[in-house]
Design a protein around this ligand. Structure first.
Ligand SMILES: *Cc1c(COP(=O)(O)O)cnc(C)c1O
Length: 482
């Protein structure tokens, strides 16, 4: 049965002479429109299929894909969760989607009003003084934030500040961003509890420090309990505290970063705020700043005066613009819908459920797949496989075996400070039944590791594609149909 199914899928279905739709007049007309030199002498070598076969082909392909609409997607740090279809419809309303980027402000008042209102809502949930919606991704938000910090220092006698301090639990984009902005990156190791080592931070801080970049929660899914004290240490040397808030669903409604001393931060709308992170975009990484830094955010910013919404370019201290026009509107619209759908109490529940679900998985799997830092985590837990050196079964094998059980693999081998990491982010949207099913699958894999490790090492067994050579697939992609 399995074999027949597999063969059916892999059979090459092109047959000479099979046709989908035939436009009788097409051949005749091509010569009317194109110069002879551009006309093909021979037909292109394309698959030949009936319309019906084509529909079936693409439908089958789509069914081989994992998707959030069909499966659980515990991809840590990428937050694949509630992405309401209704927001998709709203984000392509003609008034938004058909607006020309050069349309005069008077013609796009609705779009500007929505952007302005989202800026205001983001200010409310973070406590910060101003937001720009320009950045097109989280990493782009970081670059925007670090350039904002530089503009601040340049204007405040801090031209000699050349260093950005980044703990080893930061997202990988943090050191990359600081480097790209021209700063010297100073890495500090974490304390044994997975959080910032305050002694190491103190030793690294100096009058050369421009910014300390903290990922909160950090990449091992932990909140920095001493964040306020850390902020005070940073400010004492005249530096700014940058918070990478890409995973804000762990904090939304629970804590405002401005309250614990954050000067600049970015959010990923395409994680927390109802747009998926996977799939290559588009994204949106709004950047917020505290009052003393706000004037240095890039221009334009949407402002509201006398009933009119305008894009304010006249901001003399600002560090120029980061993107053509004003952000990825379709993602901005989804983020706005999200914040309008839920009141403050519900937003708090969202964070609480994200935290509860991650801890539920962590505790259920204790003794089998232990958390690297065995503490209460935030929205994700970072697990490790049982003794991979003795069993010979590694994280990549477990990830492949999960596919056989119908689960998308968690993020693996990240964060780098955790050997053989399995980073599970259930998100607040999954119910207990789904979490229990995932835990059972992990428990069965644990049993297989003990009794039949080869089964796990040879996984996946029931997927259309087995293990691929990921390096060759990336470097020499074979995208031809034949
Ligand atoms: C996803 C993520 C980023 C980067 O966001 P992109 O939109 O992929 O550039 C940065 N920091 C953290 C903590 C993240 O989880």
């Amino acid at each position: 049965m399995q074999e027949i199914l597999k063969n059916k899928l892999s059979i090459e279905s092109s047959r000479p002479g099979r046709r989908g739709i035939r436009f009788a007049a097409a051949d005749k007309h091509a010569a009317d429109y194109l110069p002879a030199t551009l006309l093909r002498k021979t037909a292109p070598n394309l698959p030949e299929l009936a319309e019906f076969d084509t529909v079936r082909h693409f439908t089958k392909l789509s069914q081989q894909n994992y998707s959030l609409d069909a499966e659980f997607y515990p991809l840590g740090s990428c937050t694949m969760k509630y992405n309401p279809k209704a927001y998709d419809v709203l984000s392509v309303l003609p008034g938004f989607a058909s607006a020309h980027p050069f349309a005069p402000e008077s013609a796009v008042q609705g779009t500007l009003e929505l952007a302005y209102n989202l800026q205001e809502l983001l200010k409310k949930i973070t406590g910060l003084a101003a937001f720009t919606l320009q950045p097109a991704a989280g990493a782009h938000g970081e670059l925007t934030g670090i350039l904002t910090a530089r503009a601040y220092h340049d204007a405040n006698g801090g031209q000699n500040r050349t260093e950005v301090i980044v703990p080893d639990t930061a997202h990988g984009t943090n050191p990359a961003t600081a480097n790209m902005a021209g700063y010297h990156v100073v890495n500090i190791k974490s304390a044994p509890n997975g959080c910032v080592d305050k002694a190491a931070l103190k030793a690294a801080l100096s009058e050369k420090t421009a910014v300390v970049m903290l990922t909160v929660p950090n990449t091992v899914g932990l909140f920095e309990p001493d964040i306020k004290e850390i902020a005070d240490m940073v400010h004492a040397v005249g530096a700014l505290l940058y918070m990478d808030g890409a995973n804000f669903n762990a904090l939304i409604g629970l804590a405002k970063p401005a309250d614990f001393g954050v000067d600049i931060m970015h959010l990923n709308l395409h994680k927390t705020f109802a747009a998926p992170h996977g799939g290559g975009g588009p994204g949106s990484g709004p950047v917020g700043a505290a009052k003393h830094v706000a004037p240095y955010l890039p221009h334009p910013i949407v402002s509201h005066k006398d009933g009119q919404y305008t894009l304010v370019d006249n901001r003399p201290e600002s560090h120029n613009r980061m993107k053509a026009f004003y952000g990825n509107m379709a993602v901005v619209i989804r983020g706005y819908c999200y914040l309008r759908q839920f009141d403050a109490q519900t937003l708090k529940t969202i964070a609480e459920n994200a935290i509860l679900n991650a801890n539920y998985v962590r505790v259920c799997l204790k003794g089998k797949f232990n958390a690297f830092f065995d503490r209460t985590c935030m929205h994700e837990c970072v697990l490790t496989p049982p003794d991979p050196h003795t069993t010979g079964v590694h994280t990549s094998d477990i990830a492949k075996r999960l596919l056989d059980y119908g689960f998308y693999a968690p993020t693996i081998y990240f964060p780098l400070i955790v050997p053989e990491a399995l980073m599970v982010e259930p998100t607040e949207t999954e119910n207990k039944d789904m979490l229990d099913a995932f835990v059972s699958a992990m428990e069965q894999i644990y049993n297989e590791i003990q009794s039949e490790p080869q089964t796990v090492k040879d996984a996946p067994h029931n997927q259309p594609v087995k293990r691929i050579d990921e390096v060759s697939a990336a470097r020499n992609p074979n995208l031809r149909w034949q």
